[in-house]
Write a protein that binds this ligand. Structure first.
Ligand SMILES: [Zn+2]
Length: 419
């Protein structure tokens, strides 16, 4: 963790600043803390493998005791929930390997860890909408890298961001690295290592007050998780508190109480969601219209006002709250620079045919087809590619053809060593 993060972090319970307890075991350099104990007015929290753990659930207490006894490797095992010693050793081997992939690491964490579809995440319909909205809103409120004159350091936070798939899309929108907050240590650890390298991971509880100072972010977002939060009023109040007056709060893909959806959670009605906002007026969007904008190649129209019938019938909603009028505009969909490896979407099987490669769309199972089948609107059923295109991918060259294939998600920019 960069030491400057201490300006951003606060105790979730007393609101006090946190500081490294120098008298207890710690490992640090001049600008980063690797392991140690953070203290405030009321408690002490472990900082394990560069990640502050700002909750008091049992694993955090065990990890803190291990750190105080100068056993950082056991503190990390406790945070990963690796109780079985042979599994823990297998995981440590993968974690210290320079060639292990995201998939290898997920597999080493055991079958209960990540329920399945991470391979296809970057092209699923929920993700493409979340990416488009986050980039559109983020480009306005984060304002890009600071100018030579020293513009303010604007920062984003992805709350309940899991293993950082959406955080990844925030990385190039500001000079200051985005914060990724989630309850699951293993997920934010994976994000920093693979999915969103350079982000600042924080382990904290979304049902507790958020462990950050007032107004230190310009974008506070949460995608595909808000319906699982019980303390929704507190959560939104905290998001409003975290952003500066010119910032934005964004809740993407939250389910609608008036419709059915897989993995429903505890959703509210559209007006129930709107009612949570007390200081910044929110606008609600049915995800379907935003998806249609993205599938058509843009622009993403945030000037639209969905009527009540549209909102009521939308299985998922996107909520944007900001005082910046520029947020509620028509945003062209630019293609982000390649930051990882361009690869053929793993939803395709590949069949060599002479100098060509035949791709056929093949969903992993019926369940996936049912939940994410809308990706057919941009993913063709079959297509053939010249092998030269495939060879160009491997060498990182970007041609006009690649640009179009990327727009349609046939080719995806995946994190380095993803699978
Ligand atoms: Zn405290």
């Amino acid at each position: 963790m960069l030491i400057e993060m201490l300006d951003v972090l606060r105790c979730p319970y007393c609101g006090g600043r946190l500081a490294l307890v120098d008298s207890l075991f710690h490992r640090r350099t001049s600008d980063e803390i690797h392991d140690g104990i953070l203290g405030c007015h009321c408690c002490i929290f472990p900082l394990v493998d560069g990640i502050p753990v700002l909750h008091v659930l049992p694993a955090a207490t065990v990890a803190r005791d291990h750190l105080q006894a100068e056993r950082p490797e056991l503190a990390r095992r406790a945070m990963f929930g690796l109780d079985d010693s042979s599994q823990a050793e297998a995981f440590d081997a993968v974690a210290s390997s320079a060639v292990a992939t995201y998939r290898d690491t997920v597999e080493a964490l055991g079958p209960n860890f990540e329920g399945g579809y991470f391979l296809y995440r970057f092209s699923d319909p929920t993700y493409v909408v979340a990416q488009a909205v986050a980039r559109a809103v983020g480009a306005v409120v984060l304002g890009g890298p600071p100018s030579a004159g020293g513009a303010p350091c604007r920062r984003a936070i992805d709350i309940c961001g899991g293993s950082g798939h959406v955080t990844r899309t925030l990385l190039d929108l500001s000079e200051t690295p985005p914060v990724l907050a989630d309850l699951y240590f293993a997920k934010v650890w994976l994000a920093r290592r693979f999915t969103a390298p350079g982000c600042e991971p924080v382990c904290c509880d979304g049902n507790a007050p958020m462990p950050f100072a007032r107004g230190v972010f310009s974008l506070a977002m949460c995608t595909d998780a808000f319906m699982y939060i019980w303390t929704k009023r507190q959560f939104v109040g905290e998001m409003e508190r975290l952003v500066d007056p010119a910032g934005a709060v964004l809740i993407g893909h939250t389910h609608n109480e008036r419709t059915w959806s897989p993995s429903h959670g505890q959703p509210l009605s559209p007006e129930g969601y709107a009612n949570l906002f007390e200081t910044i007026e929110p606008r609600l969007f049915g995800e379907g219209n935003l998806f249609a904008d993205v599938a058509a190649g843009g622009p993403l129209d945030l000037t639209r006002r969905d009527d009540q019938a549209t909102l009521d019938a939308s299985p998922a909603l996107t909520i944007v709250a900001s005082r910046q009028p520029g947020v509620f505009a028509r945003h062209p969909l630019e293609q982000p620079a390649v930051t990882g490896e361009l690869r053929i979407n793993p939803l395709y099987t590949q069949q060599p045919e002479g100098e060509q490669l035949r791709l056929t769309l093949a969903f992993p199972n019926e369940e996936y087809a049912e939940e994410y089948g809308a990706c057919r609107q941009y993913l063709p059923e079959t297509l053939t590619l010249d092998r030269s295109v495939v060879a160009a991918l491997a060498s990182g060259r970007v041609s006009d053809e690649t640009i179009d294939l990327r727009r349609r998600k046939v080719i995806v920019d995946l994190p380095t060593r993803y699978y």
